[in-house]
Design a binder for this molecule. Structure first.
Ligand SMILES: Nc1ncnc2c1ncn2[C@@H]1O[C@H](COP(=O)(O)OP(=O)(O)O)[C@@H](O)[C@H]1O
Ligand SMILES: [Mg+2]
Length: 297
């Protein structure tokens, strides 16, 4: 039987789903926290410390969570992922994909660089420059979103609506990430989440927020939608632009009906999505990882 390491600090529902999916394909899986991993570099032994994999390294690694921490801690966690890949062990999504998507500035750049629609975005260090940008935008009648460079699940995101809001314009660890707010089409607030695996959009939903923040973790409800070709194609192209095996792509439709890509998640959840779709994401992910990346048993 093959063995997979699932990197996570909180296996929960997703961990269980993945474990079942891998088991049905003949692979056992162990949950391991990246905080428990390290290097032990000494001739005659394998240099990676992964609890439970002292005798033999796993056949593949599935990344379900990379913990936060100091820059050094996060670099170590990503280093473990890079090292596995260097040792020809498939890492899904790999460390570089995780890096690109965790950094919202790099995500925005890569989307733009690939010619994909994404909102106007500024990433910078200087507070006076950030204030000047925000003022110009507000004067033009736009709202702005300020995000932590490394945020997820809607954490720390603020909307700047008027000049007095600029008093509390905050940086995140020294970096300002500002983005023009996109007013969505339709009634209320919503965006789309499209799940892409190996270059194919396999499921999608509308997320309807209680306010403009449409994260499921912030109480947005999930609605079933038909996956229209334009939405699917954008999500697939966004995933390719960030070179990911799979991704959860956030896309807003603006008032004029144009789709614009907000974010590409390399460690997306799928519990909410499965509540409105008839697909087993864990099965599709396990199958894709095994058939495309692992040498046959
Ligand atoms: N430029 C924007 N215009 C309108 N809404 C936005 C914008 N950026 C983010 N949002 C809202 O905030 C949510 C979270 O933003 P996102 O960039 O996806 O960060 P997170 O990693 O926290 O999910 C989005 O799903 C969307 O509802
Ligand atoms: Mg998001």
């Amino acid at each position: 039987m093959g063995r997979i390491v699932i990197f996570t600090d909180d296996p929960g529902w997703h961990g269980k789903q993945l474990r079942q999916a891998f088991a049905s394909l003949g692979y056992s899986s162990d949950y391991v926290s990246l905080t428990e991993c390290g290097f032990n570099i000494k001739p005659g032994q394998q240099p990676l410390v992964i609890p439970g994999f002292e005798q033999a390294l796993p056949d593949a690694a599935f990344v379900r969570g990379v913990p936060g921490g100091s820059l050094e801690e996060v670099v170590l966690y990503l280093g473990i992922l890079h090292a596995l890949k260097a040792m020809n062990i498939p890492v899904y999504n790999d460390g570089h994909a995780v890096e690109r998507s965790v950094d919202k500035g790099m995500t925005s750049f890569l989307l733009y660089h690939a010619g994909l629609p994404t909102p106007l975005t500024w990433v910078l260090r200087n507070r006076d420059d950030a204030l000047a940008i925000a003022e110009v935008e507000l004067n033009k009648g736009h709202l702005l979103i300020s995000k932590p460079l490394f945020g997820s699940q809607g954490e720390g995101i603020r909307r700047i609506e008027k000049t007095t809001d600029l008093f509390w314009l905050t940086h995140s660890h020294g970096v300002y990430y500002l983005q023009r707010f996109v007013h969505c089409s339709g009634v209320g607030f919503s965006d789309h989440r499209v799940f892409v695996i190996n270059g194919r959009a396999v499921a999608a939903m509308r997320r309807r927020g209680k306010s403009w923040l449409n994260n499921v973790a912030r109480g947005a409800s999930c609605e079933q939608i038909d996956l229209e070709p334009e939405l699917a194609e954008l999500a697939v192209r966004a995933t390719a632009a960030l070179a990911m095996d799979y991704a959860g792509v956030d896309i807003i439709q603006d008032k004029a009906g144009h789709f614009t890509i907000i974010e590409v998640n390399s460690i997306p959840a799928w519990k909410g999505l499965e509540s409105v779709c008839d697909v087993s994401i864990a099965d599709l992910l396990a199958k894709d990882l095994i058939t495309r990346h692992i040498r046959p048993l």
